[in-house]
Ligand binder design. Structure first.
Ligand SMILES: Cc1ncc(COP(=O)(O)O)c(C=O)c1O
Length: 406
């Protein structure tokens, strides 16, 4: 081996350092447990039994055995036209504003969409407003591109309009540039809150008037339990000044790595210019198109809505029965998450005590960039476990609370 003084740390980018590259620290997401049968509520993923493996296998197999080599080659552009046509058709449920397939571009999941948004619109120091709390996986991309994050408090209506108005006025005075507002307006991760229609209208108008792009993350929009959420901001603004992000990760499977942006032709053209990943896997796009076209997709999503509703109910019932003294929460109407506030016990301490009792979940502080904003919540993802398993959570958690309060 050649002996060198090569120092990787010395050459790290500011963006990499902002995400912790080069620093040795334990992941706060990984909570060890010796419990023989832990219930994992940490990650928001589809329940394995719900993944439509047999249907997908059929469509993948047909695509791969077609002998059509184009399915295995680079797809440099916006993504396969078949899939973009399906996304553009409101009857499939991915948009409520039909435009043209060229108003869509496909990326490596919602995460890829966030990368492309930052690459196209952010200069170092530009401000992006995000909900506090929010999903750190996408928010941290802003830090990687050296954007400045301002967290906006949430209330039962969603992101606080008043707080946004104040920040916009302050930045106008100081000359700081707000480039974007990132919002998960339907069945928010982690709080489960859905932004009210009125709040959507006010925020989307304010953003449009001030030249601020809204990145509307609709990851959970299709996964409502009974009623569809209010109209999206993209449609409210007739497609101007908003980019709407979708993904198949939660409705089908995270491993597909397939998401999309809908935007004005100008915005999608600009985003297409900054693309340098050589496109998404064409055979995956074609197989997913056929899955949607066969109507198996709409049956599948319908089934998943019912499944997640029953999973959420099982968790809520179990917590209400055993932990009503210790936890306060609002029942979500869709999505994957419950966001209880802990009473009389520190939420971080609870995550450790609960792990000993065999329930794994993250402390709410992980969903803030400024953890001082955190107000003693935990996030419980009910998406990945059966109602039977979720029915055991309350009793296990009660034991953890009792241990801590002893
Ligand atoms: C709100 C939200 N947006 C985006 C993503 C990223 O999803 P993907 O990149 O798998 O599409 C997630 C994943 O948990 C999420 O919760």
């Amino acid at each position: 081996m050649i002996d060198t003084n090569f120092d990787v740390i010395k050459i790290l980018s500011a963006g990499a350092k902002a995400l912790g590259a080069g620093a040795i620290e334990e992941s706060r997401w990984e909570i060890p447990t010796d419990h023989p049968d832990p219930i994992d509520l940490a990650v928001g993923m589809p329940v394995p039994e719900g993944i439509p493996i047999a249907s997908l296998a059929k469509h993948f197999s047909k695509v791969l055995s077609s002998g059509n080599y184009i399915e295995m080659e680079y797809e440099y552009g916006r993504g396969k036209i078949d899939l973009r046509e399906l996304l553009n058709d409101p009857s499939n449920g991915f948009t409520s504003l039909a435009q043209t397939p060229d108003n869509f571009i496909l990326f490596n999941g919602g995460s890829g969409c966030m990368e492309s948004f930052c690459a196209t619109f952010l200069n170092p120091g530009d401000i992006v407003l995000v909900e506090g709390p929010s999903f750190s996986g996408t928010v941290e991309t802003i830090l990687k591109y050296q954007g400045k994050i301002i967290e906006v408090a949430m209330n039962p209506e969603g992101m606080s309009y008043q707080a946004i108005e104040e920040i916009v006025a302050r930045c106008k005075r100081s000359g700081e540039i707000i480039k974007g507002i990132y919002t998960i307006d339907d069945f928010h991760n982690p709080t489960g809150v859905t932004m009210s229609e009125n709040n959507r209208r006010m925020i989307s108008r304010l953003a449009l008037e001030n030249g601020i792009m809204i990145l509307e993350d609709s990851t959970y929009s299709g996964l409502f339990f009974e009623n569809a959420p209010p109209l999206d901001m993209y449609s409210m603004n007739s497609g101007e000044g908003v980019l709407r992000m979708g993904t198949f990760s939660k409705t089908i499977a995270t491993g597909l790595r397939l998401g999309w942006l809908q935007g004005s032709t100008e915005a999608i053209d600009a985003i297409g210019k900054t693309r340098s990943d050589m496109g998404n896997a064409p055979f995956i796009q074609t197989a997913v198109s056929r899955f949607i076209d066969s109507s198996e997709y709409s049956n599948h999503v319908q089934r998943m809505r019912g499944l997640y509703k029953s999973q959420c109910k099982a968790l809520v019932t179990s917590l209400t029965q055993h932990c009503s003294k210790y936890l306060e929460f609002i029942e979500p109407k869709g999505g994957f998450f419950l966001w209880p506030k802990c009473i009389g016990v520190d939420s971080a301490a609870l995550t450790k005590a609960a792990a000993e009792e065999g329930v794994i979940f993250p402390d709410g502080s992980l969903f803030y960039q400024d953890s001082a904003l955190h107000d003693n919540h935990i996030r419980l993802a009910f998406s990945g476990n059966s109602p039977e398993k979720l029915g055991e959570v309350g009793l296990r958690l009660r034991k953890a609370f009792e241990k801590l309060l002893d």
